[in-house]
Design a protein around this ligand. Structure first.
Ligand code: FPP
Length: 253
């Protein structure tokens, strides 16, 4: 049970989401409001990442997926892209030992081949170091896009068809699912986007089919413990029906 919530309510641990997916948005606006360069917002945003990872691990959330860099983010000014890359490298270097100590298992999804060799090496090292950990699974979506994810799955499936291992008629959503990123994890049951934007923006469009969506005006650098707990409380208050009626669900309990 999580007590001392902002609203004086409590959340049963069994009502927590198993897999939280977050679009960390609003770093640039946070900086602009303070007449700072956009990259200052990203730097403070790294601190929020640490806080949210710590709370998720502490509460027993099974998986946390963070959208760190989308396939479309390459279009940003070169200087901002470079700073983001440097931030990823330095954060990984600085934090990976502590993450490992806390039993956190790191995984990256997305097309990493376009990253510079140093970042690719850090990604591989951090995955290797933490691969046997059994605590929180921390997934970083980097150079990731939901349409890219579906395309890479379909490509692998087409290769299977070409090898004659599967008939086109036999393809179902389960067959595709086998190749979609994170198929070994429970699908995200809770999605959070900060900064007042109400869009999925090509993030895990396959995996979010039944996910509860939560949007908050809070900018990512300001998304603190209280804001996260408030979001989790909103999830705990919802009834997930998966296409059934509330009565059917009551009977099944
Ligand atoms: C969106 O804010 C944020 C990003 C594109 C980058 C997210 C990166 C971090 C939080 C830092 C590092 C993360 C890790 C995993 C170490 P925005 O720039 O789109 O903000 P705006 O919409 O206000 O312009």
């Amino acid at each position: 049970m999580i007590n001392k919530l902002p609203s004086n309510k409590s959340i049963e641990l069994s009502d927590l989401p198993k897999h939280v997916a977050i679009i960390m948005d609003g770093n640039g606006r946070w900086a602009k409001k303070r007449f700072l360069p956009r990259v200052a917002g990203h730097k403070v945003g790294v601190g929020t990442v640490k806080t949210i990872v710590e709370i998720s691990a502490e509460l027993g959330v099974k998986a946390l997926t963070l959208f760190a860099f989308s396939s479309e983010n390459w279009q940003r000014p070169k200087k901002e892209v470079n700073t983001l890359m440097d931030l990823f490298v330095s954060s990984l270097k600085k934090e990976v030992k502590q993450l490992h100590k806390n039993g956190i298992k790191l995984q990256f999804i997305g097309d990493r081949s376009e990253f510079n060799p140093k970042l690719q090496a850090r990604i591989a090292e951090s995955e290797e170091l933490t691969k046997d950990n059994e605590g929180l699974k921390l997934v970083i979506a980097a150079n990731y896009g939901g349409k890219w994810d579906i395309s890479q799955a379909v490509r692998k499936l087409a290769e299977q068809i070409q090898r004659g291992e599967i008939e086109p008629d036999a393809i179902t959503s389960d067959t595709i699912q086998k190749y979609i990123c994170l198929n070994d994890l429970p699908e995200p049951d809770f999605f959070i986007r900060t900064s007042g934007e109400h869009r999925i923006s090509n993030f895990m469009i396959w995996q979010l089919a039944y996910t509860e969506l939560y949007f908050t005006d809070t900018l990512w650098p300001d998304f603190d413990r209280a804001a996260y707990i408030e979001a989790l409380q909103s999830f705990a208050d919802r009834e997930r029906r998966f296409g059934q009626t509330g009565e059917q669900l009551m009977k099944a309990q």
